[in-house]
Design a protein around this ligand. Structure first.
Ligand code: UDP
Length: 402
């Protein structure tokens, strides 16, 4: 049986996604761990102990255990974590020495740094999924510290395999970091179609207590990178004056609270209080009802390595109006499953949303095409790919540092 240590230093797969530092990566780690466990892989997910009273180990389902590793005081912000990476790696090493694993799979650059240390300490192959890359964020106006860029470059030079979600991310790894193309595997995330599937719109609105009128949905962490203010400004710029916007998610990151303030300010300035509803972060599977309630899902991110929200919306048969960036370019087929907007101008998003609201037959056809596109993604396929990858790597000699 293959066994894997999944490193998820900065955020736990047990946390509620959509607020704070919890988002797509939490869903990815949780779903993959489950899929791998069901496929017979022995999975241990290591995350930093973020509260005093957490048990050391939580068995999540057969074959999947979450281990809380003490590293620094519990309540550290993500930005304060680099100095505790060594302590985290040490805690993981102690556990692995007691019960060995065949491969390490690190998520996000902080875990990748810990994984790199462990790889050399214990002589294990390292798989990394970066989720976001500092140089990609910098290109879209969200610079990250140079120390992160240097750390990512170092680890990318030594990973046995780097998982990219799509061809766009693979190209970014090569162009921006000089990654060795033969060590990149394209492993797209999935979507749980037992929950995220098309369903009755009017029924979903009733279930959520929403007024039955054209509905635009934004789902995600409230931070500038996700562009929630653009969603509000787009509502204000629409020709349709009846439409409502539902915003699901909570503040995230150092500028999350400020962005929340800007969001409320945009609602007031445009006199939209009666047409915007804010909903706190929801348990992942509950979101399917929100997607079904919508006519259009808007994803105006500045950058997006994959964009699970766009995939979940598509799986629920809803067209997406998304920014033409990163993974969204591979998840939205322009004019077929939704629209890609190559601009940050709210009016451009508004025009596309109006088009779908004004042409329900077109929107329905796009929704069907979106569901068809989403049917190509599943966590079980993703897990199966990773299971084979781990088994191959376990037989090979780990790569050395460049
Ligand atoms: N999400 C959730 N509840 C919420 C808001 C978001 O479960 O209230 C989930 C959403 O379903 C998606 C993930 O958080 O799976 C966000 O992933 P995405 O790739 O869109 O963005 P990221 O957070 O990784 O930047």
């Amino acid at each position: 049986m293959t066994s894997v240590a999944v490193l998820s230093l900065h955020t736990s797969p047990l946390a509620l996604p959509g607020v704070g530092d919890s988002g797509g990566m939490n869903v990815y780690v949780r779903e993959l761990a489950g899929g791998l466990g069901r496929a017979g892989v022995d999975v241990r997910v290591f995350t930093r102990r973020w509260a005093e009273d957490l048990p050391e180990r939580v068995v999540v389902e057969p074959g999947v255990e979450v281990v809380h590793v003490a590293a620094g005081p519990p309540d550290l912000a993500k930005e304060a974590l680099p100095p505790v990476v060594d302590e985290f790696a040490h805690g993981v090493a102690v556990d692995i020495e007691r019960r060995p694993v065949d491969v390490l799979h690190a998520n996000y650059w902080l875990s990748a740094v810990a994984g790199h240390d462990l790889k050399h300490r214990i002589d294990l192959p390292l798989v990394s999924t970066f989720h976001t890359l500092a140089r990609v964020k910098a290109d879209s106006g969200d610079p990250e510290p140079e120390s992160r860029v240097a750390a990512e470059s170092r680890v990318i030079g030594c990973c046995d395999t780097i998982c990219a979600s799509n061809t766009v991310e693979a190209a970014q790894l090569v162009e921006l970091y000089g990654a060795e193309p033969t060590r990149i595997e394209i492993v797209p995330p999935g979507v749980d179609r037992a929950f995220f599937s098309p369903g009755d719109r009017a029924g979903a609105r009733r279930a959520l207590g929403l007024v039955d009128r054209p509905t635009v949905l934004f789902v995600g962490r409230i931070q500038p990178l996700k562009g929630p203010v653009i969603a509000v400004e787009a509502l204000a710029a629409m020709r349709n004056r009846e439409a409502q916007l539902i915003v699901v998610g909570g503040p995230s990151g150092v500028d999350g609270d400020e962005e929340w303030g800007r969001l409320l300010e945009a609602v007031d300035r445009n006199d939209l209080r009666s047409r915007v509803r804010f909903v706190p972060a929801q348990p992942h599977h509950v979101l399917s009802t929100y997607y079904r309630s919508a006519d259009v899902v808007v994803v105006p991110s500045r950058s997006e390595s994959f964009g699970l929200v766009a995939l979940e919306a598509a799986a629920c048969g809803r067209p997406v109006v998304g920014a033409a960036v990163g993974g969204l370019r591979t998840l939205v087929e322009h004019g077929h499953t939704g629209y890609l907007v190559d601009s940050r101008a709210p009016a451009e998003f508004a025009a596309r949303i109006d088009d779908l609201v004004e042409h329900p037959a077109r929107a329905a056809a796009m929704g069907r095409a979106a569901a068809e596109l989403a049917s190509g993604f599943s966590w079980s396929t993703t897990s199966a790919r990773l299971r084979r990858l781990y088994a191959d790597l376990a037989l090979r000699t780990p790569t050395r540092c460049a």
